[in-house]
Write a protein of this length. Structure first.
Length: 114
């Protein structure tokens, strides 16, 4: 959820012309991460949960790619503030969420095999 808030904040400085383009796409992708985790957990089946965790990791990769694109387009400067959060901190949060998702997948897989 922290990543969602950060991406919403950072994407608010994207050009107005991108409101229905990259701004919308990155926001949908980032919201997909906790949504898929919750949906998979709510299904109460290990295989479903693992599948939805995989989808969440895919969405995380989308967010990272879209953030890189915004940076390469010059919308985010690495050494400037982007609405209270610098770009390197965004990428660190993405890496942290990836580690958490990886550990969650491994934990669910271990739990399922016992």
């Amino acid at each position: 959820m922290d990543l969602c808030k950060v991406i919403y904040s950072v994407s608010s400085i994207f050009p107005d012309s991108e409101r229905f383009g990259l701004t919308s796409q990155i926001r949908r992708a980032v919201v997909s991460i906790p949504s898929n985790i919750a949906e998979g957990y709510g299904r109460n089946r290990t295989n479903d949960y693992l599948r939805f965790l995989d989808i969440a990791r895919g969405s995380l990769c989308e967010v990272e790619t879209q953030l890189v694109l915004a940076q390469e387009l010059g919308w985010l400067k690495e050494n400037s503030r982007a609405t209270d959060l610098r770009v390197p901190e965004c990428f660190e949060l993405i890496r942290e969420v990836d580690r958490i998702l990886y550990a969650l997948v491994k934990g669910v897989e271990r739990s399922a095999s016992t």
